[in-house]
Design a binder for this molecule. Sequence first.
Ligand code: SF4
Length: 433
Amino acid sequence: MSVRLPLLTPAVPGLRYSCHGCGACCRDFTIELSPADMERLDRQGWQAELGVPFWTEFRGRRWLRQRSDGACVFLQDDGRCRVHARFGLEAKPLACQLFPFSFAPGPERARVGVSFACSSVQRGLGAEIASHGQDLRRMQAELPEALSPRAAPELLQGLPGTTAEVEAVRQAVDGLLAQGEIPWAVRLVGFAWVAQSLRLANLDTVRGDRLGELVSTLARAVPEELPLLDDMEPSERSWRLLRQAVFARVEDPKIPDLQRAGRFRTVMGQWRRSRAWSRGRGVMPAISGWPLVRFDQVEHATMPPSGPEADAVGELFVRWMRAAVLGDRAWGAGLHGWPVFEGLGMTALNMACAAWLARAHAAGSNRVQVTLQDAQQAIGRVDRTASRAVWLGSTGEHLRLAWFCRGDHLRRIARSLFRSEPRAGAAAVARAG
Ligand code: SF4
């Protein structure tokens, strides 16, 4: 008989959620249907009403049918779900009920992750996460993989971690991010620095309590250490690799498009977009719903200078990172099975991609400084794919992260992206573009 793991929700100030019926998740996501979902929706008799099956088969699996604009076939004009409106929350596919939550089972608990792809989560609107406990436990009961204990994740590939070690890392990293007396940009750049340092550490002989001490010493050292590190600008190669990482996070193929285009045209389209992102010249490939922008314009946009807007942007980035760490969306079952120290690096890279995208959104909206709205759009885009897109768990992504960590590139690029003044040479690059 399986043991039902207790659930632990992340306690992060401002982390809240209630559905406000914007319908964005029903346009953004492609929902795979389990046999139980198929049976439940079948019983509701939708086929006769819709005139077409509510599902479509793609690459051997069944998915909720999408309209030509990518929206779910059940999404009404008023933004509400037709299944929910008629039969209630529990009548919907489980993935729809669960969003924006996810479960990451561990040895003693399943941690609840919260996706910032949801605009209510981004804005901190709704009820505290812990208040959703009853619904979460009901949904957990329907997911066998969320019920039973799992081993603690590896620390690095081939190096198993213990529950106590992973907890020590979690507390140390969250402790850094939570320190309100340290400016938020320093905490975020410090997070990137800690993540890359741990990714490179030789841990064979530093285990148990000593590992906890090492991580907490590193995290506590951030305010004193960061100013001592060089202030070199990221190399052009760093920017190119970052744009490629952004491309991997904004690429969002929809089943109707894939079916229309066929494999060859799909692959060619991806290859062309990938080249455009890599070259970083001319107009940035379109992101659905975003303003068009030239790559060189992004160079001019900066984070806002200190003030209420900067505080709001910083609070959002910090809340996102803390929710990822405390909700186990920064490694292990919540992040493509990545080991803890690689997962932290990947999470810091996600953060850098979102900071770059926030600048792109600001520049496309004719602003030179990032606003809270730009940051919300950018974080929403990245968190939509971060733990979901299978290619983000690939060897290529591991190699990209390894490169960023090896040469201090991750810290340098985070430092450049969270600054409130233009990076040196931006004007020259813009003119050359
Ligand atoms: S079934 Fe309902 S909740 Fe799920 S994606 Fe479709 S419209 Fe949205």
